[in-house]
Design a protein around this ligand. Structure first.
Ligand code: FAD
Length: 392
């Protein structure tokens, strides 16, 4: 077992930190206020090779493992969780192609994402369903070797600016997960309607839109997963992207902790720095301990993916744990700042708003706990002898 970063990873982490501090942090509040999409920052990330982190070297990408990607997104998220979400969204959009695409699709799309500044989004969710992926309604009708898509996708990150969207749709909603297929949709195709930005509580610099699909013809070469294979592809994708959500949450919580330490050492109450009070010290100790645990769980889930192991369980644990840590730490950060924490003048209120999303997107905290409890109740192997008779 080895908890050390390699020299290459340290260099990558430093590069990401410099990008976060020089390019992201100075404009984080501006984009939060305006809810504009930070296109120049995202383009700069592409130029700096910090977009498309997971695209393999065979297609011109950096070929980073998931631990490497987590190192990068923790840094960017520490400066602005919303921009981190938008920057990493190309990984979410392209991961189904990396995992399930054929060679021609990989050569065509992945190489294009590296050579040109293009955005690719990901769409399973719809206005009437998010958690229940197998319950999607968006229809895929087979027409010879092509498909025709009809339906509405909702909450699509970067959707308003995307060149491509990996869209999941069903040949028959009654078939549930067995009917789901996946497609590469060129957003310039006839029948694709990208909605207006939907205003949000936090992560306001990440663009979120609805996507309408009306008789959108998908050529044979853009069929990514045949019916029955799409659901598994979506789940495999989440297993590879949930650790990054854990890393986002760690970055967000880390900044809230750092601002808290700084404030606690400056603010005085009853004639002493508030950092001298044990109640405040306990809050900060809890922040540090929980962030450390969240980061280790995140690295474990990422490490398993990098080893080619099934990391479905560990990615759910990491995402659920780190999301709760970010929510708790940012809440406590506001508490340490007192009244000032509640003002928009200080950064902790933004981190508090931004952190809430981690408990919702890419599978809510409830859904992660369903994954975990399914394992614990059904497959976990007990070490101790059973009390009385063993269950069937
Ligand atoms: C800002 C933002 C960006 C997003 N980006 C994308 C994107 O790029 N692509 C995409 O496809 N989706 C995206 N999503 C959608 C996101 O993944 C869904 O919102 C999420 O999965 C929850 O789905 P829902 O909103 O439909 O809630 P629902 O599924 O309706 O759930 C509502 C509540 O019920 C709970 N619940 C549901 N089922 C159960 C159950 N079986 N047991 C216990 N509790 C349950 C949930 O945990 C939640 O608390 C985004 C969402 C947001 C807010």
């Amino acid at each position: 077992m080895d908890f050390m970063l390699t020299e290459e990873q340290k260099v990558l982490q430093k590069k990401a930190r410099e990008f976060a501090i020089n390019e992201v942090l100075p404009v984080a509040r501006k984009y939060d206020e305006s809810e504009e999409f930070p296109l120049p920052v995202i383009k700069k990330a592409w130029e700096e090779k910090l977009l498309n982190l997971g695209i393999p070297k065979d297609y011109g990408g950096p070929g980073y493992g998931l631990i490497d990607s987590c190192l990068v997104v923790e840094e960017i998220s520490s400066a602005c969780p919303g921009m981190a979400t938008s920057i990493f969204d190309n990984n979410l959009g392209s991961e189904p192609i990396v995992i399930g695409g054929n060679e021609e699709q990989k050569q065509r799309i992945l190489t294009e994402l590296i050579n040109e500044f293009k955005l690719i989004a990901f769409a399973t969710s719809e206005p009437t369903m998010g958690s229940d992926v197998a319950g999607m309604q968006c229809r895929a009708l087979k027409d010879g070797e092509e498909y025709i898509l009809n339906g509405n996708k909702f909450w699509i990150t970067n959707g308003g600016y995307a060149d491509y969207i990996t869209v999941f749709a069903t040949i028959d909603p009654e078939k549930k997960h067995k009917g789901i297929a996946a497609f590469i949709v060129d957003t310039k195709s006839e029948g694709v309607k990208l909605g207006k930005h939907i205003p949000k509580l936090g992560q306001r610099s990440s663009n979120t839109v609805s996507v309408g699909l009306k008789d959108v013809r998908i050529p044979k070469e853009n069929v990514l997963a045949k019916p029955g294979r799409g659901f598994v592809l979506a789940m495999q994708t989440f297993a590879h992207t949930r650790p990054a959500i854990g890393a986002f949450a760690v970055g967000c919580a880390r900044s809230a902790m750092e601002y808290s330490i700084d404030y606690a050492q400056k603010r005085e109450a009853f004639g002493r720095q508030i950092g001298n009070y044990q109640v405040i010290q306990e809050k900060i100790a809890n922040m540090y301990k929980d962030i450390e645990a969240a980061r280790l769980l995140t690295y474990k889930a990422a490490w398993e993916a990098d080893q080619g192991m099934d990391n479905n369980l560990s990615s759910s644990i990491a995402k659920a744990f780190a999301s709760d840590v970010a929510m708790n730490v940012t809440t406590e950060a506001i508490q340490i700042f007192g009244g000032y924490g509640y003002l928009r003048t200080y950064p902790v209120e933004k981190l508090f708003r931004d952190s809430k999303l981690y408990q919702i997107y890419e599978g809510t905290s409830e859904i992660q706990r369903i994954v975990i409890s399914r394992f614990v109740m059904k497959r976990y192997e007990h070490a101790m002898p059973f009390l009385g008779k063993k269950r069937n």
